[in-house]
Structures are given as structure tokens and as C-alpha cells.
Design a protein around this ligand. Structure first.
Ligand code: NAX
Length: 328
């Protein structure tokens, strides 16, 4: 068997952490041939809770789990890490302005970027889940100058998976019939789920739906506001589905996407589709040999263009705000 892969999870004692760690340890993140060593990062007040989770991990006797270490210092938590899942973030609390939120998260993602730069393994791959995910990823990336920029990604896979299911339900087909879904832009309410480049059983999905009003007034807002719908129903934000999406994101990045399909990832823009270079924006990507590539040559129609542009503009505004704060 292979040498163990070091997986660092921040916010390990949170609700996503609780749903995520057991799936990583069971082999679902990297596959059934790959042993993993977990490195959990928490703030000091939550270390005890993380220790409790580590006891439960022991009680599962997972064959692939080599061990679990818990830290409250990012430098130690990211030492030698191959996969870094940045889940812990500062939630928006009552009365907090957007600038305050960005600043509070800067206090988390700047030192974490520095720690990744200083100590992570050469092949480190970073996924930022904690919100605002795209801009937090931008902050971390800009403090890790020695790590290739493309290793910093943000999670839009939950949005992608949500969009697939909503489309499949509308067309009354299994989710496996839906291919080439794309989320463009920011992981926020401005995100744009694009069915014009999606396919259902080889046929254009927009054509199969043939209902622009449904797209504009039901599908797009339903996907973009699904997080709020979950909070309303559960009394807590998405956790198991977010953990599932994080597993999908890393698994596909490492193991590749199928020939006839692609996935959505927030990645540093290379200028494709008019997205300013360097912004961490969601794109359709294919993965092979452990690397992702932005799908090129897609048509962006008149329905899609302003929606993509609006979400990208929001990312540019967030970047400008964190720049003003000296965080990037
Ligand atoms: P919780 O509040 O349950 O857990 C967050 C954990 O992070 C807490 O245990 C806290 O102690 C820890 N933490 C805070 N600061 C830390 C630091 N500096 N270092 C290490 N740990 C730290 O939140 P949870 O529901 O698990 O959500 C985590 C994040 O995911 C939130 O920012 C949330 O908004 C975001 N989400 C992102 C999604 C996406 O699609 N990108 C979807 C789900 C989720 O909303």
C-alpha cells in the first residue's frame, strides 16, 4: 500500500467537520488504497470537542486511518500536509457589516496561508469551504507565494450538485442523466448555474427544459438560495451535503473526471471567459493526472453573460475590499 496522505481539516469540531471526518477516514476522500493521517485544527476553546471526535474516529477502527492529531496552531496543523480542507471560518453575526466579516476572516486565512506556505508538502492541494469561500481562498493564496497559485481552490461543488438535482427533478430523469452542469462566479446568491452548456441524455438541457421563465424565476434562485432553504427547514446550515461536496471536489481533483463530463470548482482565473485574472471564480473544469483545467470554448449566450458578469463583479468588489484592508 501507499504511504499515508496527510489531510488537514480546519474547523474540525464544527458541524461540517463532524460530517466530513468520518468519510475521509473511511477512504471516501482519496480512495480505498490510500491510508490517511488526519491533522485537525481548531481554536483553543474547541480543541476538547475535536478530541471527542477523535475518540469516536478511534472507535470506528477504520482500516485506512493511521492516526489523528489535534492542533490549535496553524503552523503545526499544516506541517507536511498534502490535502488542506479549510472549513473553519468566522460566521456573520448580527450587526456585522460585510467589511467586518472580511476582516475577521482575514485574521484566519492570512496566517493559514502563511502556514501552508511554510510547511505544507510540495504537492499540497487546498480547498476552502469556509465563507466567503472564494475570497478566503484569495487571501490564503496571496500569503503562500511559494505554492503554485492553482493549488488554491474554493468550493462550489455543493451548488453544482444542487443544480444537477433540481434539473433532474424538473425533467424527471435520474441525476446520472445530467452532465456538464456549470456553476459560474461566486459561491453566493449571485452565482450562476448554467444549464445552456449542460446535457441531459446527450441533448441540450436548456432545450429539454424549454422554459426560460422557470430557469430565471425558479431554478436559478432555488439553487442560489438553497442554503437559506436548508437553514429554514433544519434550523442549521447545510452540513452533511457540504461535507459530501468537499469529498467530491477533492476526489475528482485527485482521481479525474469522466470523459464526457466536467465539474465546477472555484479556481484562480487565467482570464478565461472574461473573468479577470487571479480572481478565484467558479468555472467548469475537467481533471486528469491530478490537475484540473478550465473547459474552453463554451458558448456564453445573452441569458448567461450578464449573470456571470454580475457574480464576477461581486468577486472583484470583495477583492477590492480585502485589498483595502491590506489582506491581499
Ligand atoms: P460551525 O460553526 O459548525 O463550525 C466552524 C468551526 O470552525 C468551529 O468549530 C470553530 O471553532 C472553527 N474555527 C473558527 N475559527 C477557526 C480557526 N481560526 N481555525 C480553526 N478552526 C476555526 O460551521 P459549519 O457549519 O461547520 O460551517 C463551516 C463553514 O462552511 C462556514 O463558514 C460556512 O459558511 C461554510 N459553508 C460553505 C459552503 C460552501 O458551499 N462553500 C456550504 C456550507 C457552509 O455554509
Amino acid at each position: 500500500t501507499q504511504a499515508p496522505v496527510n489531510v488537514t481539516v480546519t474547523g474540525a469540531a464544527g458541524q461540517i467537520g463532524y460530517a466530513l471526518l468520518f468519510r475521509i477516514a473511511s477512504g471516501q476522500l482519496l480512495g480505498q488504497d490510500t491510508p490517511v493521517r488526519l491533522r485537525l485544527l481548531e481554536i483553543p476553546q474547541a480543541v476538547k470537542a475535536a478530541e471527542g471526535t477523535a475518540l469516536e474516529l478511534e472507535d470506528c477502527a477504520f482500516p485506512l486511518l493511521v492516526g489523528t492529531d489535534i492542533f490549535d496552531d496553524p503552523k503545526q496543523a499544516f506541517e507536511g500536509t498534502n490535502i488542506a480542507l479549510l472549513v473553519g471560518a468566522r460566521p456573520r453575526t448580527k450587526g456585522m457589516e460585510r467589511g467586518d466579516l472580511l476582516e475577521a476572516n482575514g485574521g484566519i486565512f492570512k496566517p493559514q496561508g502563511e502556514a501552508i506556505n511554510a510547511g505544507a508538502a510540495d504537492d499540497v492541494r487546498v480547498l476552502v469551504v469556509g465563507n466567503p469561500a472564494n475570497t478566503n481562498a484569495l487571501i490564503a493564496r496571496s500569503h503562500a507565494p511559494d505554492v503554485p497559485a492553482e493549488r488554491f481552490t474554493a468550493m462550489t461543488r455543493l451548488d453544482h450538485n444542487r443544480a444537477i438535482t433540481q434539473l433532474a427533478k424538473k425533467l424527471e430523469v435520474p441525476v446520472t442523466d445530467v452532465k456538464r452542469m456549470t456553476i459560474w462566479g461566486n459561491h453566493s446568491a449571485t452565482q450562476y448555474p448554467d444549464v445552456f452548456n449542460a446535457e441531459v441524455k446527450g441533448r441540450g438541457a436548456a432545450e429539454a427544459v424549454n422554459d426560460e421563465k422557470w430557469l430565471a424565476e425558479e431554478f436559478i434562485p432555488r439553487v442560489a438560495k438553497r442554503g437559506a432553504e436548508i437553514i429554514e427547514a433544519r434550523g442549521a446550515s447545510s452540513a452533511a451535503s457540504a461535507a459530501n461536496a468537499a469529498i467530491d471536489h477533492i476526489f475528482d481533483w485527485v482521481n479525474g473526471t469522466p470523459q464526457d463530463d466536467w465539474v465546477s470548482m472555484g479556481v484562480p482565473s487565467d482570464g478565461s471567459y472574461g473573468v479577470p485574472e487571479g480572481l478565484i471564480s467558479s468555472f467548469p473544469v475537467t481533471c486528469t493526472g491530478g490537475r484540473y483545467e478550465i473547459v474552453q470554448g463554451l458558448q456564453i449566450n445573452e441569458f448567461s453573460r450578464p449573470r456571470i458578469d454580475a457574480s464576477v463583479q461581486e468577486l472583484a468588489d470583495e477583492r477590492d475590499a480585502v485589498r483595502k484592508l491590506g489582506l491581499v
